[in-house]
Write a protein that binds this ligand. Structure first.
Ligand code: ADP
Ligand code: ASP
Ligand code: MG
Length: 816
């Protein structure tokens, strides 16, 4: 014998009721005659409660009543044969009339007692079950409507009644024996007290009804049919990547549902657990899917946790003071007071010094709880042995659950790392003594971000999603988007990382999308956007979206975004940039960026500040962090100047070579930024700082290779004219070097804390002699690499390699 329970959505429409019938037919074809437990049609319980509240506060409810009738009558019309419709209408109409009378009573008295509320709300299950049993009777000869309020006996705690299990089981057993040839359709959720009044088992209680019947009848299985593929790793409405779990233990299911996994009502597990009856959660809309089995002999799983659940919007109350220390009866007094007054405590944490207690309750209980405590502990408060109570609203609980936590070290570390990196402040922590659950209290506004970040951290076999906010749509920005698009499948497969571009801004427009902008037509989207670019707004919006795993990417060469980096770090968002200006301005700013990023547990990656995509910064960092020390750095770090000197041979004249370099995109918009050595200086400064030197711009000595007239030119055009006029000067430099079998090289050097950039002629024996194209080369002589330096060489300019470097930084952030 099986018990099959169908939830609100499974009985909520004509098509889902048809599916329900199919499921029952297939059971019957297998020779089974299950007990069927039904919920109210989806939304009906809420509707009934709202009608009751309306009546109590003197408001109209007739439109809602009409809506309720229509929903049921529509199903009758669609699914009952004509000759069966009238009797069904009549039976339902009797219910609706009774309901209307009840509501009128409430309206007249302006009073809604828990007892009346239960009676009103019971019509949801009574109507749906009555209606479906009639429909089923057309397909199954022996269908019988069962009003569970006559079989499930409870106390009189209306709204959340306690079941008298022994009596209930006897009643169910004998009823079933008398009707063993019938297919029973049982109302979920509702029960009755000794006086024959209707009670209810708590919201979601139809699941519990199914378990009570399952236990009484020693069912082989209790099936909970709902609208998702089982118990998932997190609430699928909040975490898109949540996936269904194959198996769970009763304790795990209990913990997950207690902390908010609505898919099953927590008390359901108790009768099933006591009799070791498996509970199977299945999807009415995908019946072939296996779903989740909750059972006692769960096979071992290698996941550290099974799932993450959450309760949105709770309130917390904190008590603090010396009056609690060592007073053994204190918490007893506190919590029995709250229990007496039926205030349900969701979670408690107490500091080990016993100096404070924090507990969480539903928002509607908080004021009452505060008042009761203030009355009970009046003397302690007056004597300052207790501080005034602190109430905080708008909080949420996030809980990770799983039996494996016990054997796996580092689980809480992982949880707090994920929360910390995303700037989620943890207000209080509680770990069940069973070690099956770690719960944290956080702000409700952070819940969605926290759930997704924690889900990404624990279910690493799934893809981790990075949300990138990108400034700059020039060469590098554009190329990055192209590369991301071309590599997105590979990235997901090999690195388990998915990058969503959640925001883009150039100097004119900005555009946002928390689901990720399309990489196919981001340009159109940006152009068509109604939002004008504004850096502060861009940052505000990024913070407001509060997405998990955010990265801010500065692909500009402008000084403007730099002023916002600190704000970005403070919002616990990592920064990736190819913009050198930030790191090469004042040393105090350079240091501040690192300190702020470190304090907020986020990354600051800028590999492309030096040598585009070449691994120069990373190499230096690895050397330094493994205890090596830099003795000397020699480098050619201007891809532009390399290109120019490599092409400035034979008959070529300097002016033409520079022009060509610019046309090929190797130079800054004003080539003087390259030729003046300023760009190179910035790179040397960043390297020197990363090598541990507190250096300022003025400390880098630069040998200027441009004649004064070129420097003085007002515009780029005038500069070219001046350069042409100086052709002889450059030709002379070149000829002299050629005569000595040498080549011109612009070389940066860092040694003994001094940095310089000089124009040198080097011969064949010099390692920098053979350098082609726009290549960069850097040699590190260190304590470890003393005899032969460590050399990094390769293309050090161009949009492709720079964007690739930004890309790599982004992926490295994803890996952290
Ligand atoms: P029913 O009406 O069938 O009883 P409920 O609405 O009570 O269904 O519960 C099913 C819903 O629970 C799902 O639609 C889903 O949105 C929500 N839910 C929340 N957390 C979880 C979870 N961890 N796993 C599955 N569903 C969940
Ligand atoms: N209809 C009730 C509710 O919505 C019981 C249930 O669906 O389980 O809470
Ligand atoms: Mg439910």
């Amino acid at each position: 014998m099986k018990v099959l329970k169908f939830g609100g959505t499974s009985v909520g429409s004509v098509s889902s009721i048809k599916t329900l019938l199919e499921i029952l037919k297939s059971e019957q074809n297998q020779g089974n005659s299950p007990v069927v437990v039904l919920s109210a049609m989806s939304g009906v319980t809420n509707l009934l409660l709202s009608m009751a509240e309306n009546a109590a506060s003197g408001n109209e409810f007739t439109a809602q009543l009409a809506d309720l009738e229509k929903r049921h009558f529509d199903v009758v019309k669609a699914l009952l044969d004509i000759q069966n419709q009238n009797p069904a209408y009549t039976r339902l109409k009797i219910h609706f009339n009774q309901l209307e009378e009840l509501l009128q009573g409430v309206l007249t008295l302006r009073e809604l007692t828990p007892k009346t509320r239960d009676q009103i709300v019971s019509y949801g299950e009574r109507c749906s079950t009555l209606m479906i049993s009639k429909i089923a009777a057309q397909h199954f000869k022996n269908a019988l409507f069962v009003d569970a309020s006559e079989l499930i006996k409870t106390d009189s705690a209306f709204g959340n009644a306690k079941v008298n299990i022994e009596l209930t089981e006897l009643l169910i057993k004998s009823f079933q024996q008398e009707n063993s040839d019938k297919l029973l359709f049982v109302t979920g959720f509702i029960a009755g007290n000794d006086a024959g009044q209707i009670t209810t088992l708590g919201r979601g209680g139809s699941d519990y009804t199914a378990a009570i019947f399952g236990s009484a009848l020693n069912a082989e299985e209790i099936q909970i049919w709902t609208d998702v593929n089982g118990m998932m790793t997190a609430d699928p409405r909040m975490v898109k990547k949540a996936f269904p779990l194959e198996e769970l233990s009763y304790t795990e299911a209990m913990e997950l549902s207690y902390f908010g996994a609505k898919v099953i009502y927590p008390p359901t597990m108790i009768p099933a657990f006591l009799k070791k009856i498996p509970i199977v959660i299945k999807n009415t809309f995908e019946p072939a899917f296996a779903g989740t089995v909750i059972r006692h002999d769960c096979k071992a799983s290698n996941l550290p946790i099974k799932g993450i659940s959450s309760i949105n919007n709770i309130s917390i109350l904190s008590l603090e003071g010396s009056g609690m220390v060592g007073k053994s009866g204190f918490s007893g007094r506190l919590f029995s007071l709250l229990a007496r007054e039926q205030i349900n405590i969701i979670l408690i944490t107490q500091s080990s010094s016993e100096h404070s207690i924090t507990f969480a309750v539903q928002p509607h209980d908080i004021e009452k709880a505060k008042l009761l405590i203030e009355q009970e502990f009046e003397l302690e408060l007056l004597a300052n042995k207790l501080e005034p109570l602190v109430v905080e609203q708008g909080q949420a609980i996030l809980a990770i659950v799983g039996e494996n936590m016990k054997q796996t070290p580092g689980v809480s570390g992982k949880l707090f790392h994920a929360l910390g990196r995303n700037g989620v402040n943890v207000r209080a922590i509680a770990q069940g003594s069973s070690e099956y659950n770690i719960s944290v209290i956080i702000s409700a506004t952070d819940l969605s971000k926290a759930l997704n970040a924690v889900h990404d951290a624990f279910f690493i076999e799934l893809t981790k999603t990075l949300h990138a906010f990108c400034l700059g749509t020039g060469n590098i920005g554009k190329t990055l988007f192209k590369q991301l698009q071309a590599n997105s499948d590979f990235l997901q497969k090999n690195n388990g990382i998915q990058v969503k571009i959640a925001g883009i801004s150039n100097t004119r427009k900005m555009v946002f999308n928390s689901d990720g902008l399309s990489l196919d037509n981001w340009e159109e989207e940006l152009q068509g956007s109604m939002q004008t670019a504004d850096l502060q707004e861009f940052i505000n919006k990024m913070k407001e979206m509060n997405l998990p795993n955010c990265v801010f990417i500065d692909n500009t060469a402008s000084p403007k975004p730099i002023a916002f980096y600190e704000q970005v770090f403070k919002a616990n968002i990592s920064v990736v940039t190819c913009n050198k200006i930030g790191n090469s301005a004042s040393y105090s700013q350079y240091k501040n960026f690192r300190d702020t990023a470190r304090r907020h547990g986020v990354d600051f990656f800028y590999e492309t500040n030096v040598g585009a995509g070449l691994p120069i910064i990373r190499t230096l960092k690895d050397l330094m962090s493994s205890g090596d020390r830099v003795q000397r750095i020699e480098a050619i770090l201007s891809g532009t100047i390399s290109y120019i000197f490599n092409h400035f041979k034979g008959d070529a004249n300097f002016h033409d070579v520079v022009k060509e370099a610019q046309e090929k995109g190797y130079t800054e918009p004003d080539p003087r930024d390259d030729l003046s050595g300023k760009d190179f200086m910035r790179k040397m400064l960043i390297l020197a700082r990363d090598a541990g030197y507190e250096m300022e711009e003025a400390d880098v000595e630069i040998e200027n290779m441009l004649p004064q007239a070129c420097l003085d030119a007002q515009t780029v055009e005038e500069f070219y004219a001046a350069l042409k006029a100086e052709d002889a000067y450059f030709a002379n430099l070149k000829d002299k070097a050629q005569a000595d079998k040498k080549v011109l090289r612009y070389i940066g050097k860092l040694e003994n804390g001094k940095a310089s950039i000089t124009l040198q002629s080097v011969d064949e024996s010099h390692p920098f002699y053979m350098l082609s194209g726009s290549d960069n080369i850097i040699s590190f002589t260190t304590d470890r690499y003393k005899e032969r330096p460590l050399v990094v060489k390769g293309p050090g300019a161009g949009a492709e390699v720079t964007a690739a470097g930004v890309f790599a930084d982004l992926i490295n952030i994803g890996a952290n």
